[in-house]
Design a protein around this ligand. Structure first.
Ligand SMILES: *Cc1c(COP(=O)(O)O)cnc(C)c1O
Length: 484
């Protein structure tokens, strides 16, 4: 592409981007294509010769867009959000243009020093302990994996990296039944053995029962095993349940096990001082992760990982081949704080976002999401034939449709699964589900920057209408499907 073309198309794309933000609401939220629809339209072979950018872009519109699920749509209530914002997108454009690698201080001093300062800002913004040191990771899954490897390395007096686990008494690991799958994945990858992961029972609100954790650790010790690592979920993925950090922290301190907090989604809520009671006990925490790329208006990927003992982290991951040796002694080389060598310049978008909004406006946005979710939850709770299935601590509503004449759990689960499928097939809203205990529940997460209360009212009207249609007979159900 010639320089002049780059300039021309870049301007056109920015116009398209601005239009998309305004018009996103007109697309079906969930892509309506079927498996292989897109694949069939894609050329089997890469082109041998150059293609015009205008043609490539036209294919983006014709082929790719129909297969896009619109995560920035105001009626995207699925999963957890993956927010963007104007300042974040602009920063990503600069990051892409600079194309720097941020593995060592020397490979871009500004990237390293900005990351250091922004992590200090986040510590202050969330009210985390002053002795936390932060580093940006690509995802919470990576951060949690780093936490486990560091805990293992420290507990083995830094011998496992060298000699492997051959002579170790097995380590045991703990999280609640509701903890995120990334914990299981980390345990599998670590070589510590899934067999040694204990899923601790939860209470009626889906939070870990600390007494069960205490008993499990003691039992393992009595068997001669080595309790190593506990994960407390602050905001589970299913229902945003919050494990009792203070009690878990006291147990971990007494038992001398590493305490990791997975606050991937809910962590952002702690920019609100009124939410910080959930952080009571944070002084016991060894590592903490939350994702600005979910709820802090920052594009994926951007996961903020904090540790109390940064030397343990660095000792676990540091590696120094000749070609990476540099002279500066007192600087951060973030390649030693994580798994990959090459690292994107991610601090820039956080800097743009935090400065562009200001902390007070970010607080307003988060407060508003929580307020809107709570008001919708109240409405759902008051409606006949619907029930709220878990406490709405933040902005995730877990509910189900429960007509009076239906009391069989299997039938209820199937009915709600059909309801979800039917709603998502309308393209008007996009919701996801989870299982809480044996119950299938539908989730509405109110976390889009563009969502306003009327979007929620429209969504709720559609849910009521669709459920009424569905509940009567199977015949009616198939009609609803066909009409869409
Ligand atoms: C989203 C989520 C994760 C995974 O985050 P990634 O950054 O996608 O790895 C882990 N834990 C919880 C509680 C989450 O909500």
């Amino acid at each position: 592409m010639h320089k002049a073309e780059f300039r021309k198309y870049a301007h056109q794309l920015v116009d398209w981007m601005a239009d998309y933000q305004e018009q996103c609401v007109q697309y079906p939220v969930k892509s309506q294509v079927k498996p292989k629809d897109i694949l069939k339209k894609l050329s089997l072979l890469p082109p041998d010769e150059s293609e015009e950018f205008s043609i490539i872009f036209n294919d983006f519109i014709q082929i790719i867009l129909p297969g896009i699920t619109h995560w920035q749509h105001p009626k995207f209530f699925s999963y957890y959000p993956a927010q963007t914002s104007a300042p974040s997108i602009l920063a990503e454009m600069l990051t892409a243009t600079l194309g720097v690698q941020c593995m060592s201080w020397q490979t871009s001093p500004a990237a390293t020093e900005l990351e250091e300062r922004i992590m200090e800002w986040l510590v202050k913004m969330l009210g985390l302990p002053k002795n936390f040191n932060g580093v940006i990771q690509d995802s919470a899954s990576t951060a949690t994996f780093c936490s486990l490897l560091t805990a293992r390395e420290k507990a083995s007096h830094y011998t496992t990296n060298q000699y492997g686990l051959y002579k170790q008494t097995p380590y045991t690991l703990y999280c609640s039944e509701e903890a995120h799958s990334s914990i299981e994945k980390a345990v599998k990858m670590s070589g510590l053995g899934h067999h040694y992961l204990r899923k601790i029972a939860v209470d009626a609100h889906y939070a870990m029962k600390p007494a069960r954790l205490d008993a499990a650790i003691r039992e393992d010790r009595a068997k001669g095993l080595q309790p190593l690592w506990v994960v407390a979920a602050i905001g589970t993925t299913g229902s945003t349940a919050i494990d009792p950090l203070q009690q878990i922290g006291e147990i971990c301190a007494e038992q001398r096990v590493w305490l990791h907090v997975d606050a991937a989604y809910a962590g952002t809520a702690f920019i609100l001082p009124e939410m910080r009671s959930y952080l009571k006990g944070i002084e016991y925490v060894d590592s903490f992760v939350f994702n600005p790329h979910k709820w802090l208006l920052t594009n994926f990927d951007c996961s903020a990982y904090f540790v109390k003992d940064k030397n343990a982290l660095i000792k676990c991951f540091e590696i120094l081949p000749e070609y990476l040796k540099t002279a500066e002694a007192t600087v951060n080389n973030y390649r030693d704080w994580s798994i990959s060598l090459g690292r994107r310049f991610r601090a820039l978008k956080l800097w743009f976002v935090i400065r562009s909004y200001g902390v007070n406006n970010l607080r307003k946005i988060i407060r508003n999401h929580i307020r809107m979710a709570k008001s919708l939850a109240e409405q759902i709770a008051k409606t006949n034939d619907f029930e709220i299935m878990a406490p709405v601590l933040l902005n995730n509503i877990c509910f189900r449709y429960h007509p009076k004449n239906c009391n069989d759990l299997n039938a209820l689960n199937q009915l709600n699964a059909r309801l979800l499928e039917t709603l998502n097939a309308t393209g008007k809203i996009y919701l996801s589900h989870t299982k809480l205990g044996a119950s299938y529940v539908i989730r509405i997460v109110v976390g889009q920057p563009t969502t306003e209360i009327y979007h929620l009212h429209e969504a709720w009207a559609l849910i009521k209408e669709t459920s009424a249609l569905l509940s009567a007979t199977k015949i009616q159900y198939s009609k609803v499907i066909n009409n869409n």
